[in-house]
Design a protein around this ligand. Structure first.
Ligand SMILES: [Zn+2]
Length: 177
């Protein structure tokens, strides 16, 4: 079987970081049974003053090593990258300010998300508070939590699937009550 990450260029200054990235690629590839897609380029740099821990876009994932937890940040950005690629509604799943910035006026998905008390409670309890900020962050944080082996109940999977979380069916067995 061809590995779909063979075409990914990895740009690092430090071999330690290269090791972490390769290790993460293998783990996430296995976790998703090869269904996750890797971008054309992954770059790792150190930038103390950057506002961004990590970013994705232009077929590139960029990670800032100043924050530590490179595997977690990588999994998080990779989830955003795949979510954007595979969900037609991705553009409507950002924070309200992001939607306004990109000219999106349909707030129905985020309003449904913020108004769902069961989901909000579940996210707070089992994922993280940052995941409350938008459906896109909920998906990325949940994928990240799974990659760290966190135990997340099935009710969260239901929403992970509803909001087009990447590889939802392949990942279902990792959610347990
Ligand atoms: Zn994010």
């Amino acid at each position: 079987m061809a590995l779909n990450f063979m075409n990914t260029e990895i740009n690092v200054k430090d071999l330690k970081h290269l090791n972490i990235i390769i290790n993460s690629i293998c783990r996430l590839y296995n976790m998703t049974k090869g269904k996750i897609e890797f971008p054309a380029k992954i770059q790792v740099y150190k930038h103390k003053r950057s506002r961004y821990v990590g970013s994705y876009g232009n077929n590139t994932i960029t990670l800032n090593t100043s924050y530590g937890n490179l595997p977690g940040i990588f999994a998080h950005e990779l989830a955003h990258y795949n979510h954007e690629k595979t969900s037609l509604n991705y553009i409507k799943m950002g924070k309200k300010s992001e939607l306004i910035n990109t000219g999106v006026t349909d707030f129905s998905l985020i309003e449904k998300f913020y108004g769902n008390k069961e989901l909000q409670r579940g996210i707070k309890k089992y994922v993280c508070t940052y995941a409350l900020s938008s459906p896109a962050e909920f998906i990325a944080c949940t994928f990240e939590a799974l990659s760290r082996g966190r135990k997340i109940p099935l009710i969260i999977w239901k929403y992970y699937k509803e909001y087009d979380g990447p590889c939802a069916d392949v990942l279902k067995h990792l959610f347990k009550d």
